[in-house]
Design a protein around this ligand. Structure first.
Ligand SMILES: Nc1nc2c(c(=O)[nH]1)N[C@H]1C(S)=C(S)[C@@H](COP(=O)(O)O)O[C@H]1N2
Ligand SMILES: [Mo]
Length: 243
């Protein structure tokens, strides 16, 4: 689907005044450009930002860096996750770790780390940028999320990938444009080694085109859906965090 600038102008999105916001919202929705939290905290301004970002960045890639730019002291945020079940799995080298993929897929499938590692590995040196202002550059190794989803078989109604951590609260979602984007990884490697626990090991989502909070750590479950209703509660963070 392509929306030309002319279409946007004639439908009144570009330069829309406050009165045009509701109409613009309907048009954005028709073109799949309305973020699911549009009616919430951020309102029409946020929707227009999302629409503009989507039109401009749908096919763009996050900046990749040369190896010498890898941060010497990357900062691991929120490392206080404590769970007896997690510690048991850690003691066992995470052989029991499973990534469950379900929802709008042909075959709900659970993947062990060994299975994920058996798929063609991809690497990227990208920046993880926290909304608080700090960032670091690291090399991530993993499987493109698109590959994992294709193993389970994506159904045509799919619009979102909802994903959850083993850590309570950490549940988020991306649209299919980001889920199928080649830089969106299910990552198990970090700077040449295994992904360390403080950085979300053994497995985390890596969404380099969005802010750090979308890169959920201790990834256990992905559910493909056609809506976010009933899956994602409007939170403190904006749903779309494109950079
Ligand atoms: N499970 C889980 N995932 C998480 C977080 C967290 O606290 N727990 N923090 C998020 C935020 S706000 C950021 S900025 C990044 C931080 O990644 P880092 O620990 O590699 O620095 O992870 C994101 N994913
Ligand atoms: Mo963050």
């Amino acid at each position: 689907m392509s929306v030309s600038r002319r279409t946007l102008i004639t439908t009144g999105i570009v330069g829309a005044g406050v009165a045009g916001m509701a109409a613009a919202g309907r048009v954005l929705d028709r073109f799949g450009l309305l973020p699911p939290d549009a009616g919430g905290l951020y309102g029409p301004g946020h929707s227009l930002t999302y629409a503009a970002q989507r039109l401009i960045t749908r096919h763009s890639t996050a900046r990749e860096f040369p190896p010498e730019k890898i941060s010497r002291n990357p900062f691991a945020n929120g490392t206080r996750f404590e769970s007896a079940d997690f510690e048991t799995m850690r003691a066992g080298g995470f052989v029991e770790w499973q990534l469950h993929v379900g929802g709008l897929v042909r075959t709900p499938t659970s993947f062990s780390l060994a299975t994920l590692r058996s798929y063609p590995a991809r690497r990227q040196i990208t920046s993880l940028a926290c909304e608080e202002g700090w960032s670091y550059v690291a090399e991530w190794t993993g499987v493109p999320l698109s590959h994992v989803l294709e193993q389970a078989g994506i159904q045509p109604e799919a619009r979102y990938a909802v994903y959850e951590s083993m850590e309570p609260y950490w549940k988020d979602a991306i649209d299919m444009a980001d889920a199928l984007h080649p830089q969106t990884f299910v990552a198990y490697g970090f700077n040449g080694g295994d992904l360390p626990v403080p950085f979300g090991g053994p497995l985390r989502m890596r969404v380099p085109r969005q802010l750090g909070y979308k890169s959920v750590k201790f990834l256990q479950r992905i559910t493909v859906t056609d809506t976010l209703e009933g899956h994602i509660a409007p939170g403190a963070y904006s749903w779309y965090a494109g950079i």
